[in-house]
Design a protein around this ligand. Structure first.
Ligand code: IMP
Length: 192
């Protein structure tokens, strides 16, 4: 079975992506490789960060790998938090801190439109490939649901009546930014 390193330490993400890949491809996690260090992500675009993370792991381990970067762009906040979604409330902040800050900034705003975007950079035999996915929706005024991670409890995808955190992983994967980007990645990986 073909193996790829997934350049993330986020176990929710590994679980989501492995589920989308099924049993055709095995993901090797950084934990399994004993790689505990923080991977640099200092670019100012999602694509730049995905590339930086994938190149870092490829150069370190010399094995095919991919990395993803995701941002939540909120229309009323001029696209913030965007590429800074992970540390929106400050260095070392939690998902809860980020949601608190988002709800605070969105207080009283009537335009609740937002969009999750994911870019995946795959490095295979030194060649780089990019896959993208997006999911439009809106920001709720309070948290709903216990599932998922990150901003899931306050994000409702367009055309749905529940937040990402109220959906099953399967439901979320079908329509989510990362699910759609992974679909493109899988299409590419299974072409061979
Ligand atoms: P990353 O680049 O995938 O690590 O994502 C950056 C940040 O965006 C994360 O720390 C989360 O706060 C948020 N995020 C990424 N993906 C999701 C998702 O599927 N749902 C909710 N929040 C997400």
């Amino acid at each position: 079975m073909k193996e790829y390193i997934i350049a993330t330490n986020n176990k929710h993400k590994v679980e989501e992506i492995q589920k989308a890949l099924g049993d055709k491809i095995k993901l090797v996690t950084l934990k399994e490789l004993g790689c505990k260090e923080e991977i640099p992500e200092t670019a100012d675009t999602l694509k730049g960060n995905a590339k930086q993370k994938a190149e870092y792991i490829y150069n370190k381990f010399g094995k095919d790998c991919f990395a993803d970067d995701t941002g939540l762009e909120v229309e009323a906040l001029d696209g913030r938090p965007g590429v800074y979604s992970a540390r929106y409330a400050g260095e070392g902040c939690s998902f809860e801190d980020n949601i608190d800050k988002l709800l605070e900034e969105m207080d009283g705003k009537t335009n609740r439109k937002a969009c999750f975007k994911t870019v995946i950079c795959l490095i295979e035999n030194k060649e780089e490939f990019y896959f993208e996915g997006k999911c439009e929706g809106s920001i709720l005024t309070e948290r709903y649901g216990k599932g998922g991670f990150g901003y899931d409890p306050v994000f409702v995808p367009k055309g749905y009546g529940e937040s990402f955190a109220e959906m099953s992983l399967d439901e979320k994967n079908k329509i989510s930014h990362r699910g759609l980007a992974v679909k493109e990645l899988v299409k590419h990986l299974l072409k061979k």
